[in-house]
Ligand binder design. Structure first.
Ligand SMILES: Cc1cc2nc3c(=O)[nH]c(=O)nc-3n(C[C@H](O)[C@H](O)[C@H](O)COP(=O)(O)O)c2cc1C
Length: 183
């Protein structure tokens, strides 16, 4: 079983990282993680190369994700909430999914994705709604071929309580592992 984690936090030992650590310790199979802040993945510039060619013109860290996406079994989107959204670096990375839309729409090529499951882990300093970030992440999971999606695991109020001490969130991460491992 292959699981791809797309992490939108710049903090290497922050709240998202602490929940991902629990996930990585409990989850079996192969785990691949891309940290959007350090992966050197440029945003899509709408160059439109992929409207006429079966590839993205930009050769950077995204190529590894293009290789993994069709074949992985699970995808986790994990991010702090920045102004009610997943972080900008993660959105930069996800803008490169336009390659799949253009392949379908302009070249009539439907890239075959293995059926997969998805999950979303969000952390926020305050107690504002995480709905917008959760909706964006769910929409992106669907674009990446996830047909079954676990309810979002959200740790609010990290300014007061670190996510790793939020038992609802840590239980939620373990629930994602069970969901992924169910056949
Ligand atoms: C630029 C910026 C914007 C933020 N916007 C929000 C927000 O809209 N809602 C919220 O609850 N927390 C917000 N926060 C707080 C972070 O989500 C919070 O500190 C989180 O726990 C950081 O996660 P990390 O340690 O995994 O990076 C923001 C933080 C930053 C730096």
């Amino acid at each position: 079983m292959k699981t791809l984690i797309l992490n939108g936090s710049p903090r290497k030992h922050g709240d998202t990282a602490s929940l991902l650590e629990i996930f990585r310790c409990g989850m079996g199979g192969e785990i691949f993680q891309t940290d959007a802040y350090y992966a050197e993945i440029s945003p899509c510039t709408d160059c439109r190369f992929c409207r006429t060619h079966p590839a993205c013109a930009v050769k950077d860290g995204m190529q590894e994700i293009y290789d993994l996406l069709p074949e992985c079994d699970n995808i986790v989107i994990a991010s702090p909430i920045y102004f009610a959204e997943i972080t900008g670096k993660l959105l930069d990375l996800f803008s490169r999914l336009q390659y799949y839309y253009n392949s379908r729409f302009y070249r009539g090529e439907r890239i075959v994705f293995k059926p997969k499951k998805g999950a979303v882990i969000l952390v926020g300093g305050g107690s504002w709604s995480a709905d917008r970030a959760a909706e964006t992440a769910a929409c992106l999971l669907k674009e990446m071929g996830a047909s079954e999606i676990h309810p979002p695991v959200i740790s609010h109020n990290t300014d007061r309580l670190p996510a790793v001490k939020d038992t609802a969130a840590t239980d939620g991460v373990r629930s994602i592992i069970r969901f992924f491992e169910q056949v």
